[in-house]
Design a protein around this ligand. Structure first.
Ligand code: NDP
Length: 442
């Protein structure tokens, strides 16, 4: 059932999310990243909407060419080159891996080769920047708005295709979800794991590439632009590149583990993931780097070290919390967490066909401090990115505001799902671990 609040939120996002992205990027392009000046200009009659729109770069053949090549290249890396990194990188889990059991009882196989795609792409990027000089390393920044139109076209095309596919030729009909509400189905998706052929998995591809592989390239392009404009790269830009680079590399190093996260395990593939991965993520997760092109902030040493520490500690908490759950679940509790055998709550649940399954909810380690301490670490890292930009403008702080809303909402959504799944066992768990994100507070 779709309640009125969900429907209103969905309609709001479908109408306004593309405008929000445009507004942020336009305000950097035309107003030096001020979010307030465009509003003042419009309210005072200094400018009309048409003036702003007329100054906005349009779709160009060059951008369309770059974007098509980019996506095609990532498709080739994903589909045609089986993973070889797991053969020589100790501890890395790549190659063919199994996902979680779907509600219809299917276990999908995935070719995990994201790290390889990331490495190949970045080696080529650096080879071009320092040796071949086929294109400028500022190419992404220089075509940023025309590329936005291309990303939107792909985002809408893939979401619409996924909807049609869900109705007419689903990969697994039993894993489809129809609410009867067109907007909800379009936004939240019908098919659980849409695929083309045996291996092209929409969720794995769009979730990680082209958006997340591009994330570090986009930041590199911003750093190159700073170098071009000011003859140097500021320490704030280096911090953004390093901290976000760690996050991106962590994602690809743990791509097999991501098969067990909410995006892949529970969400259906619709506009939320399709458009979000193509447009929202590459454009709004990289706002700090974009801002620093217009406002090159040079941080004092103490501030730079403080921000670096916040980012690294946040990353450590994020990674260790996720690692503890992964280890616990993989070994069925036969492991050590902080040197001791973990404590847990035994629970059971039913799949749609009525089969009873057993599971465990850990109450040791970071999972005993709060029910989503991994999100807390993520939020500390997110705050560190924003702080690199100083306090002159609010635009770079969009990320921490957004992540706080996203992860708090996700926390509540996940707990609602877990309660439906585990019932009274979930209640026992929430009594044992009463806080969600910050022990003693929330
Ligand atoms: P989690 O990794 O926290 O997974 C939640 C699931 O874990 C629950 O549904 C439940 O699943 C299981 N679980 C919950 N509590 C316990 C417990 N105590 N012991 C064992 N298992 C438990 O959530 P996500 O998948 O959302 O997040 C993964 C990571 O990705 C997070 O670190 C998050 O910060 C990050 N992330 C980043 C985003 C970004 O845009 N940058 C967006 C979203 C996430 P089950 O049904 O198996 O019991």
């Amino acid at each position: 059932e779709v309640d009125w609040f969900s429907l209103a939120s969905i309609l709001f996002l479908l109408m306004f999310a593309p405008l929000i992205v445009y507004y942020f990027i336009m305000s950097c392009d035309q107003y030096q990243c001020s979010l307030i000046d465009p509003v003042i200009d419009l309210l005072t009659g200094n400018k009309y909407l048409s003036d702003i729109w007329n100054k906005t770069p349009t779709l160009t053949y060059r951008a369309a060419g770059i974007y098509t090549l980019w996506v095609a290249f990532q498709v080739v890396l994903y589909v045609c080159i089986p993973d070889f990194c797991h053969k020589f990188l100790p501890g890395y889990v790549g190659g063919v891996q199994e996902g979680a059991v779907t509600p219809a009882g299917v276990v999908n196989k995935y070719e995990i080769n994201g790290l390889q795609a990331w490495i190949v792409t970045h080696v080529l990027w650096f080879a071009n920047a320092y040796y071949f000089h086929c294109f400028s390393p500022t190419i992404i920044f220089d075509n940023w708005i025309p590329l936005l139109w291309c990303a939107n076209i792909l985002g809408y095309a893939v979401s619409t295709f996924a909807m049609i596919k869900g109705y007419f030729f689903p990969t697994n009909a039993k894993d489809c979800k129809f609410t009867g509400n067109f907007f909800y189905d379009y936004m939240m998706g019908i098919e659980f794991n849409p695929r083309i052929g045996k291996w092209f998995d929409f969720k794995l591809f769009f979730n990680g590439r082209p958006g997340i592989v591009a994330w570090t390239l986009i930041n590199l392009s911003y750093a190159a632009k700073q170098q071009e404009l000011y003859g140097q790269v500021t320490n704030s830009m280096i911090l953004v590149n390093v901290l976000q680079g760690i996050y991106v590399l962590d994602f690809f190093w743990n791509e097999a583990w991501y098969l067990k996260t909410i995006d892949i395990c529970h969400d259906h593939f619709g506009w939320y993931l399709g458009w979000g991965d193509c447009v929202w993520l590459p454009y709004l997760y990289t706002l700090q780097g974009l801002y620093l092109v217009y406002h090159p902030v040079q941080l004092g040493t103490a501030n730079a070290i403080g921000i670096l520490m916040l980012g690294l500690i946040g990353y450590y908490i994020f990674r260790m919390t996720n690692h503890q759950k992964d280890l616990f679940r993989r070994t069925n509790g036969n492991c050590k967490i902080w040197g001791k055998k973990p404590e847990y709550i035994e629970c059971s649940y039913m799949s749609v066909d009525g089969t009873k399954f057993h599971s465990k909810l850990m109450t040791s380690g970071f999972w005993g401090w709060a029910r989503h301490f991994n999100y807390t670490g993520d939020l500390m890292g997110s705050l560190a990115y924003c702080l690199t930009c100083g306090f002159d403008h609010i635009l770079p702080y969009f990320y921490i505001v957004y992540m706080t809303i996203l992860l708090t909402h996700r926390c509540i959504r996940d707990e609602h799902r877990c309660f439906s799944k585990y019932g009274k066992d979930w209640k026992r768990y929430t009594s044992a671990v009463p806080y969600r994100l910050i022990p003693g507070i929330f």
